[in-house]
Design a protein. Structure first.
Length: 389
């Protein structure tokens, strides 16, 4: 192919490119400032603190969270999920999750199950969503402490019926932890209106910040129940031997990822100005022709379920004719198209799709910088590969 421009379609792993303002903000911090967050009152230290406060405020606004201190900075989505899961669950508790969830939920819950807890996995409904009836039955027969549910599968992009999950869980006295890794920045979302208890997401995927950033948002009245999993310096109440009880310090021990948060602040400003609804529409308008085009290749399965399945811009394909790793390598080497092959840290999702035995799928995932041309080039590349098979 003559066009050697790189086509990045692995935004579900981490987004690329980042808005220019993100590069500038990280560089400004590294080159001109360099102070630790909340650790000094120099002029540059105050600027650092202000930007980090602004980042928290922007995140609170984006997710419609009443108070900025309900937003806890973490280091990635996994870190947020671990804090929520290990901070809430005690031996003897029961947790539910689903086959569509990621190893960043499944593995902490396996550890929890191996150390005196009970984890129940809710199956799929055959249409890309969790089996809501099974969830309801489990909630009826067990005293469930926490339901951990992904907002959208990182393998299929199918959005889960989270409003229904939250309603049922609350009816039965369970808390809900929403893994918004694949929806934050891709779909408009209100923490308050969803009435969810905790929301975890990375800062480096749809929120367009640098790697090394993440958020855990929690209901304010959960702050005491959630036990910090790390203790340490906060730059506040240093005379006390114990962790401060106030938010966000209770959960932010040790130095922050200041360059990352500068980048995230700039990214959240960019998203605010562009509008998440516009990003959602743009990604939807790319996913529709991509799915339609991919469906035309004989022997290629597009794991997209029904045309009207609610989705984000994540699409998985598999074929008995070609190994997913080989297909992704061909796309990369010959067409400069970057996708992701394998199990995507979601082994149960691939069991549900019957793609685990094939070595998984090739996942194509979009971000706000992808274009119609990227989709055309991807379909053309599939055409050439299919012709050569
Ligand atoms: C659904 C889902 N949850 C959680 C994570 C973990 O996020 P992070 O890579 O920031 O730890 C990912 C990342 O791939 C994901 O796709």
């Amino acid at each position: 192919m003559s066009d050697s421009r790189r086509v990045y379609l692995d935004n579900a792993a981490t987004s690329f490119p980042k808005p220019d303002a993100v590069h500038k903000a990280v560089l400004h911090y590294l080159r001109d400032l360099g102070n630790a967050v909340g650790r000094g009152a120099t002029k540059t230290g105050i600027e650092v603190q202000r930007t980090v406060d602004q980042c928290r405020l922007r995140a609170a606004r984006l997710f419609d969270v009443p108070r900025p201190e309900q937003v806890i900075f973490t280091f990635n989505g996994t870190d947020s999920l671990n804090l929520a899961i290990h901070g809430l669950l005690k031996p003897g508790d029961v947790a539910l999750t689903t086959v569509w969830d990621h190893n960043s939920v499944l593995r902490p819950l396996s550890h929890f199950a191996a150390t005196g807890g009970h984890t129940v996995i809710i199956g799929d409904d055959g249409r890309g969503q969790l089996d809501i009836q099974q969830l309801e039955r489990e909630l009826q027969v067990r005293s469930v402490r926490l339901v951990c549910v992904t907002h959208a599968s990182n393998v299929t992009g199918i959005i889960q019926p989270i409003e229904e999950v939250i309603r049922l869980a609350h009816e039965h006295g369970a808390l809900v932890l929403l893994d918004a890794a694949q929806t934050a920045g891709h779909l408009p979302m209100s923490f308050s209106k969803l009435n969810v208890d905790l929301l975890a997401c990375p800062g480096h995927k749809g929120l367009l910040g640098p790697l090394g950033t993440g958020l855990l948002i929690l209901r304010k009245d959960l702050a005491e129940e959630l036990v910090p999993i790390r203790q340490g310096g906060t730059g506040t109440t240093s005379e006390q031997a114990t962790q401060p009880t106030t938010l966000p310090d209770r959960f932010e021990a040790g130095n922050h990822n200041a360059p990352g948060l500068f980048g995230l602040e700039a990214a959240l400003k960019w998203i605010d100005e562009k509008g998440v609804a516009k990003i959602q529409l743009q990604e939807e308008q790319l996913a529709i022709p991509l799915i339609a085009g991919l469906r035309s290749f004989q022997g290629l399965t597009v794991h997209s379920f029904a045309d009207d399945s609610p989705r984000v811009g994540v699409v998985s394909v598999s074929s008995e004719r070609v190994d997913p790793q080989v297909l992704a390598s061909l796309l990369d080497e010959h067409f400069q198209i970057e996708t992701r092959a394998g199990l995507h840290c979601s082994p149960m999702a691939h069991e549900a799709l019957a793609t685990k035995v094939l070595g998984g799928t090739v996942r194509i995932s979009m971000g706000p910088f992808n274009t119609v041309d990227d989709i055309d080039r991807t379909l053309e590349a599939f055409g050439q590969i299919w012709a050569a098979l």
